[in-house]
Write a protein that binds this ligand. Structure first.
Ligand code: TMP
Length: 209
């Protein structure tokens, strides 16, 4: 039996961590064997690459270099963690995956979507998430929440113009792959956000168990 691959996406300050924990607990309560992981990161090498990507620095970070490091981390994580877990029958719950690359590096940084698709194919072949939660929030509201958390990383320091492009990028991905995306209005109260997540998650689990 092969497992399932669930991802969670969104712009900054959308409540990803809180809701990731909620999804994980609900999956465990359903008796699933769950592997929780994240991108960029998820293995020691990939976590080192994450630090390189997120650190604030003087040197201008070239967008193509950023893209290649994102995919270097992904290759390490995908082949060492994600793929073996799915093949073993585990359910992988991943905080961000390649939709984030299309949204941030493609629509945010303006890199070629075709090049991203080529790297995607090189690293993960035709494997895609089975279900993707997109937590959607007004960019300004999300940035206010992220700012309230304290010190900002290199991505969080971008302006709302960048994140509006990222959000549009996600919306394009949703149009392209409507069957695997579940959009959640993350501007609601947490209780209502989690009500919506639970409904979609239970439906997905019940139809795949
Ligand atoms: P996080 O704050 O959600 O853990 O993600 C770290 C940052 O990495 C976030 O600002 C988005 C960015 N990112 C990309 O730019 N491209 C990617 O492919 C991924 C997975 C994350």
């Amino acid at each position: 039996m092969s497992g399932k691959f669930i991802t969670i996406e969104g712009t900054e300050g959308v409540g990803k961590s809180t809701n990731l924990a909620f999804i994980k607990d609900r999956m465990l309560a359903k008796g699933l064997d769950v592997v929780v992981t994240r991108e960029p990161g998820g293995t020691p090498v990939a976590e080192e690459l994450r630090e390189i990507l997120l650190a604030n620095r003087e040197e201008r970070f070239d967008a193509t270099a950023e893209l290649l490091i994102v995919f270097a981390a992904r290759a390490q994580h995908f082949n060492n963690v994600i793929l073996p877990a799915i093949e073993q029958g585990s359910w992988v719950l991943c905080d961000r995956f390649t939709d984030a690359t299309f949204a941030y590096q493609g629509y945010g940084r303006g890199l070629s979507l075709e090049s991203i698709a080529t790297l995607e194919n090189l690293v993960q072949g035709n494997i895609q998430p089975d279900l993707t939660f997109f937590l959607d929030i007004d960019v300004e509201l999300g940035l206010r929440r992220a700012n309230a958390r304290g010190k900002l990383d290199r991505f969080e320091q971008e302006k709302s113009y960048f994140f509006n492009n990222v959000r549009q990028g996600y919306q394009q991905r949703i149009k392209q792959f409507p069957q695997r995306f579940c959009t959640i209005d993350a501007g609601q109260t947490l209780v209502n956000v989690q009500k919506d997540i639970a409904l979609a998650l239970d439906k997905f689990i019940d139809s795949h168990q």
